[in-house]
Design a protein around this ligand. Sequence first.
Ligand SMILES: Nc1ncnc2c1ncn2[C@@H]1O[C@H](COP(=O)(O)OP(=O)(O)OP(=O)(O)O)[C@@H](O)[C@H]1O
Ligand SMILES: O=P(O)(O)O[C@@H]1[C@H](O)[C@H](O)[C@@H](OP(=O)(O)O)[C@H](OP(=O)(O)O)[C@H]1O
Length: 450
Amino acid sequence: MRVQVSRSSYLVLVSSSAVFVTFRILQWRARSRARKTVERVKEMVEENQPLIVYWDLSVRERILKAAIRRASKWMSLNEDPKPMVGQVGGAAVHKRPVLTLNPDYVLKPLLADHRGIREIAFYESLKILSNNPTNQTYSTFLTGKQKEKSPLLKQAGEVFDTLALAFAISIQDPVVTESEKALKDAWKVVKKEVEALHRLSKFTAPYYGVIGQPGVSHAPECPFGVTDDAHLLLQDLTSNYSKPCVIDLKLGTQTFEPDAPPEKQERELGKYPEQAEFGFRIVGMRMYDPDHPDADEKGFRCFKKPYGRSLKSRDQILDALRTFLCAGVEKPVIASEDKRIAEDGVNNFLTESVRCKTIANLLVQLRQLRRWFEENKSLRFYASSLLLVYEGDTSKDNGSQDAATAKMIDFGRVRRELGGDQAYRVGLRMLNSCLGEILDQEEERLGKHR
Ligand SMILES: Nc1ncnc2c1ncn2[C@@H]1O[C@H](COP(=O)(O)OP(=O)(O)OP(=O)(O)O)[C@@H](O)[C@H]1O
Ligand SMILES: O=P(O)(O)O[C@@H]1[C@H](O)[C@H](O)[C@@H](OP(=O)(O)O)[C@H](OP(=O)(O)O)[C@H]1O
């Protein structure tokens, strides 16, 4: 009898120990799985990091291959691209110019360093999300993994982990419950970025992939797989214009990344210290002004980098923008076959009214871009440019003479920063106030003509 009791208590002891140990194992497994999952999602959109982990070979190869495939699907270089005639900014115009290709493409030379692969990744992310703006698409883009990634349970592919998590959730294990909540929050951050990138396409040039290099390079001089022959294939933002007037503005109060080496920081700060106050600098501009003594044989005036860096006050910037818009310039009325123009100075009147609409058009687009930047809470654009284009040919009378475009270009240094890009916003505000002021002055002058 005594033996029987002790055997049954022994059995009870053993089975309860087994239950306890199983419970502990399941709990441990569920907790560690839950924590890892949260970490993985958070890592995908980690602050103070570039958009992709380009130092991961598999990530950059996947993205570069996708970009090459994208361009090669429908484009082969049957004709020779030509150096762009109206390029206003860019690293080394004389060495590696931006090229153009019929009917309306530009080929932007990519850098073989991290900036090349980062710019490709940026455009790829916009493209991929423009078709399918979901967390799943973005997560596959960033990590290469295809699994469904929503609640914890769905993420646990293996039977044991699923069991462990189901068990932990059913007993409301505090650590797993907390992780479940953290995971939801992490996915919300991803969702915000997805939405921001999705909406940003509207403010960038259409992108068609990478052209010029047949595949990923493994040569030592191409540490990120991108060669010197690689070019981004983009839509030429000037192609719809008969006399495109273009200004390249480098936006933001700082043009180097926080982890830039001290020499780079010094070089950038020295280029244009006023950038910190104004939030942009004029990199270059080119406008159609055929009557001007400095106009080239095509009727354009061009201003290069030193000009932008010489502008030390708001008034000087205002003047530069006026010059760009050929605004506020009292031109002599040139005798013309057109009586309307020759007799009473209506030529000026026409030009000014056209410019007012152009400026108003630009202001509308800038307002939309400003709204995007107000909502953006995670992306920062170092050393990126805003390209403004308007029609310099005022002879047309079909509305196209008022056309204007404002698009962002140059994305080799996009990264995540908490709070978004306040520095870009400083530049947009300044630009907005300058253009607003020029418009007011022009309208006032126009009123006097009436
Ligand atoms: N999509 C486009 N459509 C028309 N022109 C473009 C386009 N992209 C670039 N350009 C022209 O090329 C110039 C240089 O472009 P971008 O700023 O991208 O080059 P970059 O070499 O990366 O410049 P940075 O030296 O500032 O890094 C612009 O100022 C503009 O004149
Ligand atoms: O914008 P990023 O990505 O920093 O790249 C820089 C950009 O191409 C600048 O146009 C160029 O300076 P300049 O226009 O003054 O020639 C600079 O050269 P630098 O770093 O050697 O000054 C580049 O590194």
